[in-house]
Structures are given as structure tokens and as C-alpha cells.
Design a protein around this ligand. Structure first.
Ligand SMILES: [Zn+2]
Length: 358
């Protein structure tokens, strides 16, 4: 049985508690938490896998790659009932892009070869992840670029490639320009603090214990009803004692967890942390990398422009224009062989959505 589901009436149904854990795993992973740290956190919280065992890296890695969570079945199980979606495709694809990237990183890690925007960039035309690639021209010069993964595989998307340095520099310049105002930094800090405190409140461990407590209380009530009706056996009494003891243990655990003090974030610390990014030397790869990791949530990339969505800024979207870059002859109309721009079905984000005004 895959984690996240139960079987009911021969059908897969979502186990909401486990689905919450799965969403957390995906979310943490695309926000740069390492798999081994995800494992450690789950195990520290006492959360167990479907077999009642602690989580391990392999199990997490399999969860991240399991297409069942986006409602797709592997070929082996084609006869099997489809399962309801737990993860949206965009999140799934970003996580898998990141998995691929991290595998490559272990083989060969050089800071200046990092493709900072893989795992954050989505093709505006087809919704597939934008991936890193490179090629060599006749004189042996290496070209690094980003391209749509669908184009890479089946040539199914006509999105043009974009030069690595151009794309990254434009995004970095725009990010610096957009985020470093007192108003925006204040908003980001405020939201980071709110989200952090919400996570403390929605501790999955407490939710799990409360659920178990609820179950046990119901069982106790059932036995009490049986007793009232005069149905008393030795096993009834033993069960009742067992449940009462379970209930006491659960209540103790919940109280302990609720009183455990978790250091709350305060806004001024967060603001100081964010402002520190303002004066960094962005010719240094590690600074470029950190800036993009912290502030950028997603980028929708089109041929002529890109839309940046920032972390922790409500309805943020900021447009970068590439129209002044050198265009190849077939790109004269900006959309290559797609035909007129009006016929293009863009993936998700409308350019009309609120652009960051300051
Ligand atoms: Zn595409």
C-alpha cells in the first residue's frame, strides 16, 4: 500500500494525515531541504512509514518519484485503479528536476557550473520544467543554456533555448531591484514569521496524537455503552483498561508537546537577515545562488519575457523583458514557429496579474 492512501471499497482513498506528510516532504524538498534532513525531522517527530518503521532516504526518494501522487500509474499497474492526486504536477516536476540536478551535483560539483534556476523555472508554453544543458560549437567553445525539458525529450515544445548567463543575470538584477525596499522586506519578513508560527501550531505530531486520542475515546464510549446494556465479559474489562491507559498516555504526550517551547522567530531578526543580502557581492557564485534560493519561488519562462514569482510576497509577479536580446531570424515574431502570439495557450500565469509596484 503506497504511503498517503488507504483502500476503501476496493478503491484508493486519500489518507489525509499521510497526504499532509507527503505534501510536507515535497514542499521541503523543493525548498532545498536535503533528503537526509527531511528523514531526520520525520523521525524526530516519531512519524512512521506504512510498515510502521522509521523513514529512510530511499523511501523519501521513492515518494518524490512516485507518479501515483499526481494521479498517474506506472505501466506495471495499468489494470489497477487510478489513485486520487495528492500533489500538483508543477510541484512534482520541480521536485524531480531537483532530484536529477542533485544527482548530477554529487558526481561533479563546481560552483561556477551551477545552473541556479533549474528546479525553479517552468516553461510558459507547456508547463514542463526548464532544464540545464550545454553544447560545444565547431571551434570547441562551450555554450551553456536553459531549455524546455519537453523539447529535450521529444521535441514536443518549441520554446527557444536561452543563454545561461543572460537569463541568470537578468533574474538577479530584477530580484535586487524588486525586493530591497523597506516595504517589501517588511512584507517578506512578516510572512516568514507568520508561516513559521503556523507550522509550530500545525505540528503534525500533535495532530496525529489528537486523532488517535479521538479514536480511543470513541472505543471507550462504545464499551461504556455495552456495559450499560449489561454486556460485560472479561475481555470487555481488559479492553477498557487498555484503552484507558492508552488514553492517559496520549493525553500526556499531547500536553508535553504543546508545552514544549519552540523558539519563535521575531520579525526584526528576519529583517536583518534579509537586509544582509542587499550589500552582497553578486559576482560571487555563492551569493548569487543564495539570493535566488531565498527570494525566488518560481519563474515562468517565455521566449520574450519571464515572470518571477517571489517567496512570501502576496500576489507578487514581476516581468523581465528579453526583447532587447539578439534574436535569431526565425524568432522575428518572438514566438518562433508557434504562429501568431494570439494563438498561444500560455500555461498558467497571466501577464495581467498584479506586477510588483513600488
Ligand atoms: Zn515547453
Amino acid at each position: 500500500m503506497p504511503y498517503g492512501y488507504n483502500i476503501s471499497d476496493h478503491k484508493f482513498v486519500i489518507n489525509e494525515y499521510e497526504a499532509g506528510i507527503i505534501r510536507k516532504i515535497f514542499n521541503d524538498y523543493i525548498n532545498n531541504t536535503k533528503i537526509k534532513d527531511i528523514v531526520e525531522e520525520l523521525n524526530n517527530m516519531g512519524i512512521k512509514n506504512k510498515c510502521g518503521k522509521p523513514f529512510c532516504s530511499d523511501y523519501i526518494s521513492r515518494i518524490l518519484q512516485n507518479k501515483r501522487y499526481i494521479g498517474i500509474l506506472s505501466k506495471t499497474y495499468e489494470t489497477e485503479e487510478k489513485s486520487p492526486k495528492i500533489i500538483d504536477e508543477e510541484t512534482f516536476n520541480l521536485a524531480n528536476e531537483k532530484l536529477k540536478m542533485n544527482k548530477g551535483k554529487n558526481a561533479k560539483y563546481k560552483a561556477d557550473e551551477l545552473y541556479y534556476l533549474s528546479g525553479k523555472t517552468i516553461c510558459g508554453y507547456c508547463g514542463s520544467p526548464i532544464t540545464a544543458d550545454s553544447g560545444t560549437n565547431h571551434s570547441g567553445k562551450i555554450y551553456k543554456y536553459y531549455k524546455c525539458s519537453k523539447r529535450k525529450k521529444k521535441n514536443a515544445c518549441k520554446k527557444s533555448i536561452i543563454q545561461k548567463d543572460l537569463f541568470e543575470s537578468k533574474v538577479i538584477d530584477k530580484t535586487i531591484q524588486d525586493v530591497f525596499s523597506p516595504k517589501i522586506i517588511d512584507e517578506i519578513a512578516e510572512n516568514i514569521v507568520i508561516n513559521f508560527n503556523k507550522q509550530i501550531k500545525d505540528n503534525p505530531e500533535i495532530i496525529s496524537y489528537e486523532r488517535q486520542l479521538n479514536d480511543v475515546s470513541k472505543k471507550i464510549q462504545n464499551i461504556m455503552n455495552a456495559i450499560e446494556q449489561g454486556i460485560i465479559t472479561v475481555t470487555t474489562k481488559e479492553k477498557l483498561m487498555q484503552y484507558e491507559s492508552d488514553k492517559a498516555n496520549l493525553e500526556a504526550c499531547i500536553t508535553k508537546l504543546k508545552t514544549r517551547t519552540i523558539q519563535q522567530l521575531d520579525k526584526s531578526t528576519v529583517k536583518a537577515f534579509l537586509h544582509d543580502f542587499e550589500d552582497r557581492d553578486y559576482t560571487k557564485p555563492e551569493n548569487r545562488f543564495r539570493l535566488l534560493e531565498i527570494f525566488i519561488n518560481k519563474i515562468y519562462l517565455y521566449d520574450d519575457y519571464a515572470i518571477i514569482i517571489y517567496n512570501d510576497i502576496k500576489n507578487s509577479s514581476s516581468k523581465i523583458d528579453f526583447s532587447n536580446k539578439k534574436t535569431e531570424p526565425e524568432q522575428k515574431f518572438g514566438f518562433g514557429s508557434f504562429g501568431s502570439p494570439g494563438r498561444i495557450r500560455t500555461y498558467d500565469l497571466s501577464v495581467n496579474s498584479r506586477v510588483l509596484h513600488r
